[in-house]
Design a protein around this ligand. Structure first.
Ligand SMILES: *[C@@H]1O[C@H](CO)[C@@H](O)[C@H](O)[C@H]1NC(C)=O
Ligand SMILES: *[C@@H]1O[C@H](CO)[C@@H](O)[C@H](O)[C@H]1NC(C)=O
Ligand SMILES: *[C@@H]1O[C@H](CO)[C@@H](O)[C@H](O)[C@H]1NC(C)=O
Ligand SMILES: *[C@@H]1O[C@H](CO)[C@@H](O)[C@H](O)[C@H]1NC(C)=O
Ligand SMILES: *[C@@H]1O[C@H](CO)[C@@H](O)[C@H](O)[C@H]1NC(C)=O
Ligand SMILES: *[C@@H]1O[C@H](CO)[C@@H](O)[C@H](O)[C@H]1NC(C)=O
Ligand SMILES: *[C@@H]1O[C@H](CO)[C@@H](O)[C@H](O)[C@H]1NC(C)=O
Ligand SMILES: *[C@@H]1O[C@H](CO)[C@@H](O)[C@H](O)[C@H]1NC(C)=O
Ligand SMILES: *[C@@H]1O[C@H](CO)[C@@H](O)[C@H](O)[C@H]1NC(C)=O
Ligand SMILES: *[C@@H]1O[C@H](CO)[C@@H](O)[C@H](O)[C@H]1NC(C)=O
Length: 876
């Protein structure tokens, strides 16, 4: 979802990418170089390597961007290490990268880490790195400035790669960079699917410098290495990596070698594996650097732990050859010995050397269609949860709400529980592609529309739980058949609209029996009806007469003398705007807000038309119009009275009670829903035209209701845009496109809503005036600047003291920024905004739930922390 929202930013990346590819298409076409944590619209070329890096925003959905402490930002530190992406939430977080050359292609994949005290804790975390479902390595950094790189060579089994970071209980995982380098298919061919780099050495280096891209077209990193006691030989001639050699070895690495002084002495080296059972593959690279005379010969045999490995072998002059074994080796010590043959009069040589460790790969895999279907469901609902990587594997990280069957290969998804997941919109049809599904729980959401008949294609489905989705439409006959013949249990209850559709009503009677409403759901239903009746009764007593008899429009219309009476002759003024004064009034003992318009604002006809429209609009997040008066030049609107002030007052510094992050997100969701209703629930759609914090009213439960439809203009649906003569709205909230063109669409409200979200996040005024230059700065500029530094905590209202979910905050900022896209077509519609903001709310609630456990743990450890008493001396 967020991907869609961020289209605009990505467009910029792609433009940058497109340009960079033009410049150097040949060299980096097989590269994907990701600078993790870098802001999403910046890409750059590394000044030393010339490699183009892009941001990671497109490849991961979670985590927060952080910059390292300036203490560790040395002049020689590559730019990739300036920022990291940190994952404070969730046990497993993944990057998913779809590569242009995917399935079956071989890649070198490199992850780099430098802690740089980015979190101010002064202690590098310890965590695990996974390649898809297989453990790759543990990341253990010795100090703040140490840099670790982990590399694998991997022939991709699927078109996309998943790299995951997994917590081990020692701090939040993070990552600095992630790089992909396409290798030739014929290089590094072994029996093992996943090879982790152990050593890659440029032996006999005379420069003592690390070699990588541009010297190495595949951007392998070669470390200089010199054995004591061996002689270095080198050439200034060019070493050809050879047509038959697919390794594309860098010339500078191959143009130096080691050899023995004494031709009869063997050339030897060895290493001691940490784990004697670890399996290794070795790749030995040779090229002779000496032009041999007729009477000279260089020929040697290679032994591994005294056993024959390869030979007799004579390296070609200035041509690279690679020797390796396809079978892995292991042992307490792994020793290599090159011994010249009796007929040879020159000593053995070695130019370069690579050692890889075999990573165990799990044979189990999940059905590709199931994976695809779940990925679609995930993006359809914009689900976060822990839904990352493979849905069923590893078994310890199965996606929440899923059950899988591991009896068959590939694994299948057998149960999907999306109960209470805050789902809105229709039922995702992709669910019908989970063909082994037996149990499907969609209860306690806000799903709407008909139940897709495709679900009847799930032949194993035994239980379908649809309870408590008040707006769900009809159940298709195919499913009803299954329910009737007993092969499927459909649970319903709390589905007010379920039988509202015509097809449903026609056959209503035959449906009553087969739908199995469990006893508990029936009870819930009965209880709900009872509560409903009680509430309805209460309301009926409390509410003013006009609302109940809403079928008779005349009753809404009051005379001016009635208005005078109900306001006690305009005794209590509760507000005043450019167009109207607002007074407190009483209608049948209920408080109402009486808005007296300054007469010249609208023509009488227009006024009446608009009022009729407004009287039809009822939504919990909109202030209801309950009546009006239209006598001579007196134009009066009567609204329900919302008693807890407006959002602007609650956000402003003067208010003692600081709104919590959860409250803010709830208010944002409420307001978004109100606006969504105006845009998508009303026919014709209504553009508010003056969305701002002062127009968001709060009731005693801090539920938000949008007010002031005074500027609303209904406009025809056939032409989505409408040219208005006067551009109206409030400065700072005004859509610049609307301002420039005069064309008004719903997207103008979306822009204003973006500004509103920023207000909610920051509690700052929309326009700030620089005292020195008296220039005015818009809140969005300020936020954008801070976003680039990755510092979310200084964006959010400081009074919250960091007490909020970071990803929730990031997401909220991102939503706001997409709403603020200059081009209105880039802005999301309010449906999307509602969905995204609901996720922000969900993330914050999830954090709060977690924190309950966390706080308990924390209080237990406080007694062991003696420092506290040292720093707080008691006053006597
Ligand atoms: C980035 O995301 C967009 C969709 O939002 C996708 O089309 C594009 O392929 C992605 N870019 C890369 C490099 O994966
Ligand atoms: C690191 O230093 C460079 C200048 O040498 C500066 O441009 C960059 O912003 C610094 N990065 C961080 C994260 O502090
Ligand atoms: C790479 O080689 C393997 C066999 O070694 C083959 O199965 C695979 O299809 C090849 N991939 C490509 C992209 O050529
Ligand atoms: C950090 O650790 C590395 C080894 O990983 C070491 O070479 C380096 O000197 C250490 N730096 C500091 C500042 O301790
Ligand atoms: C490289 O290191 C070797 C010893 O390891 C040293 O003898 C040689 O001078 C160094 N070369 C350069 C160019 O620094
Ligand atoms: C050369 O090496 C062989 C075998 O290790 C040894 O027997 C011989 O003494 C060595 N010669 C010299 C001059 O060191
Ligand atoms: C090889 O032949 C050259 C002359 O072409 C001679 O100088 C050299 O000693 C010979 N080397 C050996 C090992 O016989
Ligand atoms: C090479 O010489 C060694 C002794 O120096 C001998 O044991 C071996 O059999 C010889 N090999 C060949 C192939 O002549
Ligand atoms: C489905 O999820 C809901 C909410 O997470 C939970 O209450 C319910 O027990 C789950 N159902 C099953 C069968 O696990
Ligand atoms: C549920 O969905 C309906 C329409 O699909 C919408 O009118 C209503 O506001 C939604 N309610 C919540 C709580 O999301």
């Amino acid at each position: 979802m967020i991907m869609e929202l961020l289209r605009y930013c990505f467009l910029q990346i792609f433009l940058a990418l497109a340009i960079s590819f033009l410049v150097n298409a040949q060299d980096q076409s097989g590269f994907v170089s990701i600078d993790c944590g870098n802001s999403k619209d910046s890409s750059y070329t590394d000044s030393v390597t010339g490699i183009k890096y892009i941001s990671d925003a497109n490849f991961t959905e979670t985590g927060v961007s952080k910059s390292i402490s300036s203490d560790f930002n040395t002049t020689t530190l590559p730019q990739q290490f300036w920022y990291v992406r940190s994952f404070p939430e969730g046990e497993r977080n993944c990057y998913t990268i779809k590569l242009a050359q995917g399935k079956g292609f071989k890649y070198l994949i490199r992850a780099s880490f430098m802690y740089g005290n980015y979190d101010g804790e002064g202690k590098p975390p310890v965590f695990d790195l996974y390649m898809g479902i297989n453990k790759w390595d543990s990341v253990v950094l010795s100090n703040e400035s140490s840099i670790i790189t982990k590399e694998v060579i991997h022939a991709l089994p699927t078109s996309s790669v998943c790299v995951c970071l997994v917590t081990t209980g020692f701090g939040s995982p993070f990552i600095s960079a992630l790089e992909f380098r396409l290798l030739k298919n014929a290089s590094y061919v072994t029996d093992s699917k996943l090879l982790a780099l152990h050593r890659r050495l440029d032996v006999g280096s005379i420069t003592n410098e690390t070699v990588r891209y541009r010297d190495d077209f595949c951007d392998r990193i070669w470390l200089p290495f010199n054995f004591l006691n061996y002689k270095i030989i080198s050439t200034s001639s060019t070493v050809d990596s050879g047509i038959s050699n697919s390794y594309n070895l860098p010339r500078i690495v191959m143009s130096t070698a080691i050899t023995t002084d004494n031709a009869s002495a063997p050339l030897e080296f060895h290493w001691v594996p940490e784990d004697p059972s670890a399996k290794y593959h070795i790749f030995l690279h040779f090229a002779d650097l000496q032009k041999l005379q007729m009477n000279q010969s260089r020929e040697f045999n290679i032994y591994q732990n005294e056993e024959y490995f390869n030979g007799p072998f004579s390296p070609d002059y200035l041509q690279s050859t690679t020797l390796f074994s396809t079978k892995p080796m292991s042992g307490e010590t792994i020793a290599f010995k090159f011994v010249k043959t009796n007929t040879s009069n020159l000593p053995p040589i070695l130019n370069a050397l690579e050692v890889y460790r075999v990573l165990e790969t799990s044979e189990s895999r999940t059905d590709e269609q199931d994976v695809k279907a779940m990925t679609n469901v995930k993006s359809f609902y914009g689900m976060r949860k822990n839904w990352q990587g493979d849905p069923c594997l590893p078994e310890s990280f199965v996606w929440h709400g899923l059950s899988c069957s591991y009896d068959e290969t590939p694994n299948r998804i057998t149960s999907l529980n999306l109960s209470s997941s805050g789902l809105v919109g229709e039922i995702a049809t992709s669910i019908s592609e989970l063909t082994s599904l037996q149990y499907l729980d969609l209860s306690n959401n806000n799903l709407s529309g008909p139940v897709p008949s495709l679900l009847s294609e799930l032949h194993s489905l035994k239980v379908l739980d649809l309870r408590n989705n008040p707006h769900l439409g009809s159940i298709p006959s195919e499913l009803m058949e299954k329910s009737k013949n007993g092969s499927l249990t459909i649970r319903v209850g709390g589905n007010a609209d379920l039988c509202a559709s015509s097809s449903c009503q026609k056959k209503k009677k035959s449906y009553v029996i087969p739908i199995v409403a469990s006893v508990s759901s029936l009870l819930v239903l009965v209880a709900a009806i009872a509560v409903g009746i009680i509430i309805w009764r209460k309301r009926a007593r409390k509410q003013p007469d006009v609302r109940i008899t809403s079928l008779e429009p005349k009753k809404h219309q009051l005379s001016y003398s009635q208005i005078q009476h109900m306001t006690n002759n305009f005794e209590t003024k509760i507000g005043e705007g450019g167009f109207a004064k607002v007074f407190l009034g009483y209608l049948d003992n209920t408080q109402v807000a009486v808005k007296v318009l300054k007469a010249s604002v609208q023509g009488y006809k227009e006024f009446e038309a608009e009022v009729k429209l407004l009287l039809r609009i009822h939504h919990t997040n909109l202030t209801s119009l309950v009546g009006f008066c239209c006598e001579n030049t007196n134009l009066v609107l009567i609204y329900e009275y919302i008693n807890n002030g407006n959002l602007k007052e609650h956000l402003s510094g003067g208010n003692v009670r600081v709104l919590s992050w959860e409250e803010r997100m709830q208010i944002a969701v409420d307001a978004a829903q109100g606006l969504e209703y105006l845009h998508h629930g009303c026919k014709p759609p209504i553009v508010h035209r003056d969305v701002k914090s002062a127009n968001i009213l709060l009731n005693e439960n801090f539920e938000a209701k949008i007010a002031d439809f005074g500027l609303s203009k209904s406009f025809p649906t056939e032409s989505r845009s409408h040219l208005t003569t006067v551009v109206a709205g409030t400065e700072g909230y005004l859509d610049p496109e609307y301002y420039a063109t005069g064309w008004l669409t719903e997207k103008s409200d979306v822009y204003s809503f973006g500004v509103l979200i920023l207000e909610i996040i920051t509690s700052l005024p929309v326009l700030q005036i620089d005292r020195a230059s008296s220039e005015r700065h818009h809140i969005s500029q300020w936020v954008r600047d801070l976003m680039n530094t990755g510092d979310i905590e200084s964006i959010v209202d400081q009074r919250l003291r960091g007490n909020f979910d970071l990803s929730s905050a990031w997401k909220a900022v991102e939503i706001a920024m997409t709403c603020l896209s200059m081009d209105s077509t880039e802005r999301p519609d309010m449906k999307e905004v509602v969905r995204e903001l609901s996720e922000c709310l969900g993330l914050e609630r999830a954090r709060k739930r977690r924190n309950v456990d966390f706080d308990i743990g924390k209080s237990n450890t406080i007694t062991r922390d003696f420092r506290e008493s040292e720093v707080t001396p008691r006053s006597r």
